[in-house]
Design a protein around this ligand. Structure first.
Ligand code: NAP
Length: 284
């Protein structure tokens, strides 16, 4: 038996992290591409994030993904960030460079847009007002993506008002903030509603929002993907709104990450999606 030249290593840092389906996706692709290695869930407490990131190079990792709640903290730890990550103000992916230094990038915005366009090819960001719930790391990428794609009015709603206001100041027009208690009113006349909070995710309460004032034509997206159909998406589907779940956003991010880590551009196939979906239905 021949000995492989390299055991490739990558992973995802989060707290919690065991809900993440990134290991399922990446390990499937490692096997398909004949690479010897593994992609591991790394449960990292916020106070240990810097030490954990600094451990990547000596341990031989090619890089890692960053998930809840570390995206905004991680951007302040890595050695360099690209323009997209700088503008978003958060990173979703770390690349260990040849000299051991860490480069941060953000593939969330790319994944979000690719996913919506795949499910609804005629989608346009400038179709009407967009309501984004949440102001964390995921929200930053979605606000950036919508603004880049030409959204003219983004109504940003977050439980902690100050966090939404900071984001609105950073992005300027077209972002305006709406108070948490006024979120029902924010939905009036909206063309799109996007949940970027962790509400609705396995182990969390559903997002508390009434869709009564939302037009039935509005596209409803959730970036949460465990469960695949959150209570928000189920309610939207029941009233006839078109919907997009969060799994495709995660899947589409794999391509830029693999290019940077392994120099490979993997295919995101229906078989891969089905493989991941099977693990979600079993656990939720
Ligand atoms: N599909 C994908 O590829 C993808 C990509 C990125 C993220 N995600 C998912 O998106 C979710 C958020 O991730 P993140 O990285 O943005 O996390 P984060 O930076 O920790 O932000 C969490 C957000 O959720 C809000 N929130 C938390 N508890 C709440 C509650 N009880 N009521 C109302 N709002 C609450 C927070 O509001 P406050 O500011 O008030 O705390 C904040 O806006 C996670 O489920 C993550 O898995 C999915």
């Amino acid at each position: 038996m021949s000995t492989p030249e390299k055991f490739v290593l990558a992973g995802v840092m989060g707290w919690p992290v065991m809900h993440s389906r990134s290991p399922v996706i990446h390990n499937y692709l490692l096997a398909r591409h004949g690479l010897t290695g593994t992609y591991v869930p790394l449960a990292i407490r916020p106070e240990s994030l810097a030490a954990a990131l600094r451990g990547l190079a000596p341990l031989g990792f090619s890089g890692c993904n960053i998930t809840i709640p570390h995206k905004e903290q991680a951007i302040r730890i890595v050695d360099e960030v690209d323009e997209v990550a700088r503008r978003i103000g958060a990173i979703s992916c770390v690349i260990v460079q040849a000299d051991g230094s860490l480069r941060g990038t953000n593939n969330d915005a790319f994944g979000f847009v690719q996913n919506v366009m795949q499910v609804h090819p005629s989608w346009r960001a400038d179709a009407g007002p967009v309501v984004i719930i949440g102001a964390g790391g995921g929200a930053r990428a979605v606000v950036y993506a919508m603004a880049e794609r030409g959204a003219r009015e983004i109504r940003l709603v977050n439980r902690t008002a100050a966090r939404a206001e900071t984001l609105a100041r950073e992005f300027g027009a077209p972002v305006t903030t709406v108070g948490w208690d006024d979120r029902r009113r924010a939905l009036a006349g909206a063309a799109m509603l996007i949940n970027t909070t962790s509400q609705g995710m396995v182990g969390q309460a559903p997002l508390e929002i009434s869709l009564e004032t939302l037009p039935a034509t509005a596209l409803v997206c959730d970036i949460v993907y465990v469960p695949l159909e959150t209570a928000l998406l189920a309610e939207a589907r029941r009233r006839g709104n078109p919907t997009v779940d969060g799994l495709g956003m995660l899947l589409h991010q794999v391509r830029p990450a693999w290019k940077a880590w392994f120099g490979i551009d993997p295919d995101i196939t229906p078989a891969l999606r089905a493989h991941v979906e099977a693990t979600i239905s079993k656990s939720s």
